[in-house]
Design a protein around this ligand. Sequence first.
Ligand code: ADP
Length: 445
Amino acid sequence: MRLKLKFEFRITLIYLLIGFLWILFSDRLLELVTSNPVNLTHLQTYKGWFYVLITGLLLYYFIKRHLIKLRTAEQKAKESDRLKTLFIQNISHEIRTPMNGIIGFSELLKNPDIDDEQRAKYINLLSKSSDQLLSIVNGLLDISLIESGSQKINSREFSLNAIMDDLYETTRPVIKKDVLFSVKKGLHGADSVIIADDVRIKQILDNLLNNANKYIEKGEIAFGYKLKGADIEFFVKDTGIGIDRKNQEKVFDRFYKADPEGDRLFEGLGLGLSICKALASLLGGRIWLESEPGKGSVFYFTIPYVPVIKKYSRKARSRQKENIPDDMTILVADDDEPSLKYIKEILDNKGIHVITVSNGLDAVKTCRKNKISVILLDLKMPGLSGFDAIKQIRTICPDIPAIAQTAYAMSMDREEAISAGFDDYLAKPFTKEQLIETILKYKKN
Ligand code: ADP
């Protein structure tokens, strides 16, 4: 390892070294020039002046260079401080808005005199605010993962057309009522079974569709893909407000919002498109847009086309078809009581038998004593964590399908959970549909 001395030591050492060499050699030089003691005294004086001048200049040069370095660092720190403050102000505003809704409508719901219609309205608004809050937290998490370079791509085989249909079905209910919504699929059958990261593709499309729906009042939104050369080119088109030319590049920058001046202010942190851009490049493609103010926008992104030419099995999809089991017993372990109640409520309503426990040790004990169909374990529990519990459970019953659930929604958690012995993974918060769908995957036919 290279030894790096502090600036003050370095400068003092150099000063002493130059002084030492100067004294050592300059007297010898003078003796070569003259041996007259009077002349020698004069020359000694000049020599002294010369030494002071040279070391003075050198000191000035080194100290200035060092100070410039310090001042630049100081300025950078100040700028990053300013951005941090801006960032925090921006976030706290964006978080406060949905929080306001959540707190406000929860309070209103406490009133026993409200009628069913009002109650349904409040619940709807409450859930909208929660979704908004969740998307902010997810956006921040994504950006921080991308910044730290920890965002990974997990490629697997899947049907692109099934993903497009799923997206169409889940997005349709939230599309504004005066907007026509359609999907176009550019490949058929086995050609549309590809190898890529379906989660990330969905995430980009979901973001673009959300934007399309946010910046439109009436008209049309269409999305889809087609094969273009060696790539798949996705598009999300809207006939909304559009983006003017000067903002078209900038919208992909972090925190950039191109809301038209004087018009209504749209909510959002300005993170969505920068996440899409980072994800598209991680997927090996690029993202761009075409837009005309007042007419609408088309966002495009590409990924390499890696087909798996084989007959696409319909088994997996048909497995997910709603078919409520009455002979299933699910073991749910979670130390957070509201989470436990939420899961129990959903499963009870579906007629699924549920056993709830609040720690890992009880989960292991329950597995020993009962016939369990599927286990749902929280990863972070006091005492025996989900990771430790699954190891012990695997020694008792190696074949029970086990699903990990956690609030740490990072992709490495999924991998860690799978390699620890889990079969699947659910990131909190999950919807009723996600929970049921995941559990039904493991229903024995
Ligand atoms: P957010 O939507 O949270 O503000 P984004 O990064 O998703 O952040 O978008 C950045 C900006 O790009 C938005 O603030 C908006 O001005 C503009 N924009 C994005 N999509 C569209 C669209 N489909 N139509 C018009 N403007 C858009």
